[in-house]
Design a protein around this ligand. Structure first.
Ligand SMILES: [Zn+2]
Length: 71
């Protein structure tokens, strides 16, 4: 088993940018089995960080072209 996330996951993490702050770094952490979790570093006080704004639009923008899995 590889310690690297799948290529689509790496590309997603690279592409992801918050639309509400200047953060652009996502840490990928392996959960149970083959699940990878992305922890995005938002600026302090970012409305996405505090839950006031959804991060779903940013997530969809970051999906690699043709990727059909859920983010
Ligand atoms: Zn943010």
């Amino acid at each position: 088993m590889s310690d690297q996330p799948p290529a689509e996951v790496m590309e997603f993490a690279r592409n992801y940018k918050c639309g509400h702050c200047s953060g652009d770094t996502m840490e990928l952490v392996r959960g149970d089995g083959n699940l990878w979790h992305g922890y995005f570093r938002h600026d302090d006080g970012c409305p996405v960080q505090v839950g006031a704004v959804s991060s779903i639009p940013d997530s969809f923008r970051a999906l690699p072209p043709g990727y059909e899995g859920a983010p």
